[in-house]
Design a protein around this ligand. Structure first.
Ligand code: HEM
Length: 477
């Protein structure tokens, strides 16, 4: 009868699922996985104080649908995996969502020869155009604006930071009122919010099913194609007055590279890849820096005594009349330590980006086969009790020695480490330093009357502070 048939089918599916998704032998342990969906509803928690490491140790596994993932924890384990065995972990996994959104082109989700060629080119071009150059410093400082009243810094800072990427890639900035700019930022925001949701996990676990269903993925594809069209029109504009002898920006350099490598079978330079690399620079370079700055303002409002010390140091070293420059960093050890501590506590990319094994590897007591997704848990390093004196306290002293000099800490890895370490690290550090010191030089941050700073996390594309309003009061000259 129908009932027995149904029972038989369910039993059959359960047994088939069990056999297919059994934990491989000598694989790291992990929490019990539900049939079919596995640990899809388990939050690999981004709350720094609780991670499954306490139960399973430095290496544990999770199953997302049919895909096995291994979470790595603690400074020593991440160093061993990402640096010592870095070559074996340099790949990104080919997951359905990434495949559909980025086609495994560009910088973030590409692999092998294509990734190496594009990464090398992007690094050298970013260096050429600015990281460390006065012109980029001016571009960053020009974005420095202020609204006067209590304000939500999200939009202002997002605009400013996105405009830096625009300057580097497109060769120009946008006015904040420009409809095209507003649309660009809105589209990015929405697409990335969706890509970071539970829906994305379901999509990766059940791609065939999800592709047929209506849902946010249709919207993402729509937004993405609109953004790509905007980038394509920038490329067309560039072609009109492109002069290889005088490159103005990333697009100009890229067009020259396409031209020079024509006929080279090894070349991965194409207009389609240019569009994808540009997308990646926006994806990776806007929200990250902007979130860090939002944490910065909140921490300053929360710890006024630390804010005062930063301001006193800036007053002493830079004064009021000139703008900060990167040259000042070496003379501002306390400010530098505060920025590092903001990044450590802010922990904005808590699980880094997924890596994948490109051969069988041995980690601790476990063998991890080729093709397994690896999640480097940066939270577990930035809050590692074995590395930090007071891991859960905002304490700039983590980065200062007894004489008050700045000290580097190996476990400071908000940009991750190894072959895939953040490509924009230098740019991000420069933006954060210049914005932060400029704000501290001119304003004091405090919460609007009657409110207290709340250091709540809000998880989206990055681990961001919950939306807040803040007051920036002009300091006495
Ligand atoms: C990758 C953090 C700013 C471009 C990454 C990764 C992290 C990270 C954790 C993953 C590394 C890994 O897979 O192991 C941050 C933080 C930032 C920041 C905390 C700011 C505070 C930027 C900026 C840019 C950028 C400004 C753009 C110019 C990239 C790119 C990748 C990446 C292209 C992919 C690299 C690859 O796959 O080879 N970033 N990032 N990031 N970041 Fe950043």
């Amino acid at each position: 009868d129908v009932q027995s048939l149904l029972l038989f089918t369910v039993l059959f599916l359960l047994i088939a699922d069990y056999l297919k998704t059994r934990r491989p032998s000598s694989f790291p342990p992990g929490p019990w996985a539900l049939p079919f969906v596995g640990n899809i509803f388990t939050h690999i928690t981004h709350n720094p104080s609780v991670y499954q490491r306490q139960t399973y140790g430095d290496v544990y596994s999770l199953r997302m649908g049919q895909t096995w993932m291994v979470v790595l924890n603690g400074f020593q384990m991440l160093k061993e995996a990402l640096v010592t065995q870095g070559d074996s972990l340099a790949d990104r996994p080919v997951l359905p969502l990434q495949m559909d959104m980025f086609h495994n082109l560009g910088l973030i989700s590409s692999n092998g020869h294509l990734w190496k060629q594009q990464r090398r080119f992007a690094l050298s071009t970013l260096k050429y155009f600015g990281v460390g150059r006065k012109s980029l410093e001016h571009a960053i400082l020009d974005e420095f604006t202020y609204s006067g009243k209590p304000f939500n810094p999200h939009v202002i800072i997002n605009n400013a930071v996105s405009n830096i990427i625009c300057s580097l890639v497109f060769g120009h900035r946008f006015e904040y009122e420009d409809e095209r700019f507003i649309k660009l930022i809105k589209r990015f925001d929405s697409a990335l919010q969706i890509a970071a949701s539970l829906w994305a996990r379901l999509y990766n676990a059940f791609p065939l099913l999800m592709r047929c269903l209506p849902g946010p993925h249709q919207t993402v594809q729509q937004f993405w194609s609109e953004v790509k069209d905007m980038i394509r029109s920038e490329i067309e504009e560039h072609k009109k007055d492109w002069n290889p002898a005088e490159p103005r920006d990333y697009i100009d350099c890229y067009l020259t590279e396409i031209q020079m490598k024509k006929g080279d079978a090894e070349s991965t330079f194409s207009e389609e890849n240019l569009v994808m690399c540009t997308l990646d620079l926006f994806v990776a370079g806007s929200e990250t820096t902007s979130t860090t700055l939002r944490w910065a303002f909140l921490y300053m409002a929360k710890y006024p005594e630390i804010q005062e010390k930063v301001q006193a140091e800036i007053d002493r070293v830079i004064g009021h009349s000139r703008q900060p420059s990167m040259m000042d960093r070496a003379n501002l050890p306390y400010t530098d330590a505060v920025i590092h501590e903001i990044q450590r506590m802010g922990n904005i990319v808590p699980l880094s980006l997924h890596h994948s094994t490109n051969r069988d590897i041995q980690l601790g007591d476990y063998t991890i086969p080729k093709g397994v997704v690896i999640i480097p848990n940066l939270t577990s390093v930035l809050f590692d009790k074995r590395e930090w004196e007071t891991p859960y306290t905002f304490n700039p002293e983590h980065f200062l020695n007894e004489e008050g000099k700045f000290v580097k800490r190996a476990a400071f890895i908000p940009f991750s480490a190894g072959k895939r370490v953040c490509l924009g690290e230098n740019l991000a550090r420069m933006e954060i330093f210049l914005f932060f010191t400029s704000f501290m030089q001119r304003f004091t941050f405090s919460m609007p009357a009657g409110t207290k700073p709340v250091l709540d996390y809000c998880f989206g594309v990055t681990l961001a502070p919950a939306p807040y309003e803040i007051c920036a009061t002009l300091r006495q000259e």
